[in-house]
Design a protein. Structure first.
Length: 280
């Protein structure tokens, strides 16, 4: 068995690195353990060229993205650890997440691999959407998120406390357990994807902004309940992602068919040139 730990932090021996190492160290000796510091990789911005959309195509950007994908392909389980930066994850996860459009129709290469997510944040109440964003990245890798941990720890090394390290080891155990594990969802989280960013309408309708599931709030015996309906193709399922990939291919085909007319609409804006550039 191979477990890959992805550390989305530039800090050496920072909390994300420590949590990942604690989790890996708690696994049996026969488990092959690999760590990748995402900030050390050359991961460039997505070009939005859509060249990668067909199932048999790869991203055309020549950087370390393929290196990362190959390690995840070879892995049986994945750990993602990130600090919270201004209510979200570290920038590297967003850069990688944007490039995962190339995997929409490649679930067969990644699905079935278990994943756990660890997020550290500094100030009470400022964890923001970092957990949701990290889980979102894992799901677009087609990974099966079996557990998460959210811990308040700002200074490097602050996670080295027995109760936190025990939680990390328990999380790691989910990666090698044969049994079905709970995802320790927060109260009123979306039951389909675990997201807590829910949009509430005056009518009582609830929409999950991550997976698109919708539900309804009801008050039963003084308790608030949220009932969600399962979509035809849940967004993060292989079928849902394949469907989305096909839709984007249709968008691309429509643009190709209409681009001459669209170019005419864009051309008048070429006369405006207010750009400034940083000096070399």
């Amino acid at each position: 068995m191979k477990v890959v730990g992805l550390v989305a932090s530039p800090r050496k021996l920072g909390n994300s690195e420590i949590l990942t190492k604690e989790m890996l160290a708690s696994l049996p000796d026969e488990v092959e353990k690999v760590m990748i510091r995402l900030t050390d990789l050359d991961i460039r911005q997505c070009n939005a060229c859509y060249a990668c959309l067909p199932e048999d195509k790869q991203c055309v950007i020549n950087d370390d993205f393929a290196f990362l994908l190959e390690h995840i392909r070879q892995a049986d389980a994945v750990i993602i650890a990130t600090p919270c930066y201004f209510l979200g994850t570290h920038t590297t996860l967003k850069l990688i997440g944007d490039r995962l459009i190339s995997l929409l129709q490649q679930a067969k290469e990644f699905a079935g691999k278990k994943c756990v997510v660890a997020v550290s944040y500094g100030i009470d109440g400022w964890e923001g959407y970092a957990r949701e964003a990290a889980v979102n990245t894992a799901r677009f890798f087609h990974l099966d998120v079996v557990g998460t941990m959210l811990v308040q720890a700002a200074s490097p090394g602050e996670v080295v406390k027995p109760e936190i390290l025990d939680q990390a080891c328990s999380l790691a155990a989910m990666l090698i357990s044969d049994g079905q594990q709970a995802t320790n969802l927060p109260v009123h989280a979306c039951p389909l994807c675990g997201n807590t960013l829910l949009q509430l309408a005056p009518s009582g309708k609830v929409i999950c902004r991550m997976c698109g599931a919708d539900g309804q709030i009801e008050v039963i015996a003084g308790e608030v309940k949220v009932h969600f309906a399962t979509p035809r193709h849940p967004r993060f399922s292989p079928a849902g992602m394949t469907e989305h990939g096909k839709l984007l291919e249709a968008v691309k085909d429509q643009y190709i068919a209409e681009r001459q007319e669209l170019n005419k609409l864009r051309k008048p804006y070429q006369q405006y040139n207010w750009w400034v550039e940083a000096k070399a």
